[in-house]
Design a protein around this ligand. Structure first.
Ligand SMILES: Cc1cc2nc3c(=O)[nH]c(=O)nc-3n(C[C@H](O)[C@H](O)[C@H](O)COP(=O)(O)O)c2cc1C
Length: 238
């Protein structure tokens, strides 16, 4: 399959075959992550491979109770790491300032680019994956569980495994049309008419789907917890 088709046909996978990912496949996934673009060739991230089943089990609970995390053969936590370079600067005799929010954002960009390369590489190897955004919840518990430094921010958890036949057959959710997502030259807000069209075109009833999504996602307890938790992480940055 061509790269373009692989990118367009990828779907998130949440149920895995009871089959391990061997070291060779894992190393290929990681090598592709490392090969991603990275600001100044600095690799502003650390990848935690979670081998300990008890940590997987705890993450499944802490990440909004998603049991499939515990069943994934490979669990990687992608950390935006503002500590490693700070320590290198210090070790080299520099007097670095504390990392700021700009450093954090740059590190987050680096981290997500690497994570997505890992996802794409896995797809090519027939291995499915799913991002878990809820890793930014429950600040104190996640920091303690993973022994995170105050300048280390868990941007994404990604689970990997071979998809079951049922998962391979799952239809890919339809995306919004390009005309609503791509603007030219300067930003503008979409009109209500455009917003309504955006959903209707992909078969969703605006007056039902949007309020349901608002309640289920944006106004949910997990969303509030996510904001509380991220605010805790941000306290570490100047
Ligand atoms: C940042 C991010 C966070 C996500 N968090 C979760 C999650 O916590 N649980 C989950 O089941 N899927 C999660 N997903 C997967 C999305 O639900 C999925 O990508 C979306 O529904 C589109 O489906 P597709 O990936 O199959 O195309 C996440 C995806 C992204 C990019």
């Amino acid at each position: 399959m061509s790269t373009l088709d692989e990118l367009k046909q990828r779907t998130s996978v949440r149920i895995f075959e009871d089959r391990a990912i061997d070291a060779q496949a894992r190393d290929e996934i990681l090598a592709c992550a490392f090969a991603a673009p990275t600001a100044g060739n600095q690799m502003l991230y650390t990848i935690l491979q979670i081998d300990d089943q008890s940590i997987k089990d705890r993450l499944a609970v802490l990440c909004d109770n998603q049991p499939f995390i515990a069943h994934a053969p490979l669990v990687l936590v992608f950390l935006a790491d503002c500590r490693r370079w700070y320590d290198a600067y210090t070790a080299a005799g520099c007097q670095p300032r504390d990392p700021g929010v700009g450093d954090l954002i740059l590190a987050c960009e680096d981290t997500m680019v690497a994570a997505q390369n890992a996802v794409t590489a896995a797809q090519h190897l027939g291995i499915g994956s799913c991002y878990i955004g809820d890793i930014v919840e429950n600040h104190d518990d996640v920091v303690a569980l993973l022994n995170l430094d105050k300048w280390v921010f868990p941007v994404a958890l990604v689970v990997f495994g071979y998809p079951t036949e049922q998962q391979k057959r799952r239809a890919k959710p339809i995306r919004f049309a390009a005309e609503h997502i791509v603007l030219h030259d300067t930003y503008r807000r979409l009109s209500e008419e455009e917003l309504r069209a955006m959903y209707t075109e992909r078969g969703e009833d605006f007056d039902t789907f949007v309020p349901a999504t608002c309640a289920r996602k944006y106004m949910s307890d997990f969303s509030a917890e996510m904001s509380r938790s991220v605010a805790e992480y941000l306290k570490a940055y100047s």
